[in-house]
Design a protein around this ligand. Structure first.
Ligand code: ZN
Length: 302
């Protein structure tokens, strides 16, 4: 950590705006933390005003002076040059110069990164991947995304898409993804995609945790669904590892709770696609839970 000053962060989600003031000396015990509803249906200007309101709430509850910099984690991808958003599921944000508008409204500097990058940064600096040099943080849940942290710094990339493995193509897959491409990783191993596989192959329409329970109870189709997750995850992540070769991979999101992703059979499946004769990369669950997004946003300012 560079400074002892409190770090201020906002995690902008589709349903809530969460704010935190972090003590850099004790990052996992926030000084203050609170939230408001995003109320995204009321539009872009309203979302900006909700963020301003959260910062005002933090100021009044902490008694701290207005910060000089605030970190913001957002859904979607931040265009590095303009600071505008793209690929966000809160669609009214797309194409809008959110960073500059927030900087004006908050009267301070704003550092912005997408929520997967914030997750990766928080787990790399004060979570499961502490002290690792190259960290790949994956979000594997309703959607599939990821972020890369190298020596404590987020790697944004030329287009701001570094770590976005969810829309790489998988061999032999051709289902149309919402993004317009075919056979994307997300269209096969995101939570809803696995639930769809189970349902389309004769299973009931049930949620993923129920499929996991049924697998444990011996349901053959549930087993097949989880083996699909294993084999396609292995293929997809090996392609990323062949480029990045991270020291640690942390898997967040609901699908990341499934224990088979961390077992020996999955490591063997990855190794079959890896351009190496052994694999010693640590693949681990996160430690910060729901806090990673807002902690990571604050850590952008460290
Ligand atoms: Zn896609």
């Amino acid at each position: 950590m560079i400074s002892n000053s409190p770090l201020w962060g906002i995690d902008l989600g589709g349903t809530k705006v969460e704010g935190v003031i972090m003590d850099p000396q004790n990052p996992t015990s926030p000084i203050h933390r609170l939230r408001r509803d995003t109320e995204a249906s009321r539009g872009y200007e309203h979302i900006v005003s909700q963020i301003v309101a959260v910062i005002q709430d933090l100021e009044s509850s902490s008694g701290l002076p207005h910060p000089s910099t605030i970190g913001i984690g957002t859904p979607g991808v931040v265009e590095p040059i303009t600071g505008s958003l793209k690929n966000s599921n809160t669609t009214c944000l797309n194409g809008r110069p959110l960073r500059d508008d927030l900087s004006l409204a908050l009267k301070c500097d704003v550092v912005m990164a997408n929520d997967a990058n914030c997750f990766a940064l928080a787990e790399a600096l004060c979570g499961a991947a502490r002290n690792a040099e190259v960290v790949l943080g994956l979000i594997l849940g309703t959607g599939v995304g990821g972020g890369i942290v190298i020596n404590g710094q987020v790697l944004n990339g030329h287009h701001g898409i570094a770590g976005e493995w969810g829309h790489n193509p998988l061999c032999g897959e051709s289902r149309l993804c919402y993004c317009g491409r075919k056979g994307c990783v997300e269209s096969v191993i995101a939570g809803p995609s696995l639930e769809r596989f189970y349902h389309e192959n004769g299973g009931q329409k049930v949620r993923l945790p129920e499929i996991v329970s049924r697998s444990t109870a011996g349901d053959l189709l549930a087993n097949q669904t989880l083996e699909l997750l294993r084999s396609k995850f292995a293929e997809a992540i090996a392609a990323v590892m062949n480029i990045l070769d991270p020291d640690v991979i942390v898997i967040g999101g609901g699908v990341g709770n499934i224990s088979l992703l961390y077992d020996e059979a999955t490591r063997e499946a990855i190794l079959r696609h890896l351009f190496n004769s052994e694999m010693t990369t640590r693949i681990i669950p996160p430690q910060l839970g729901d806090s990673a997004g807002v902690f990571g946003a604050a850590l952008l300012t460290a």
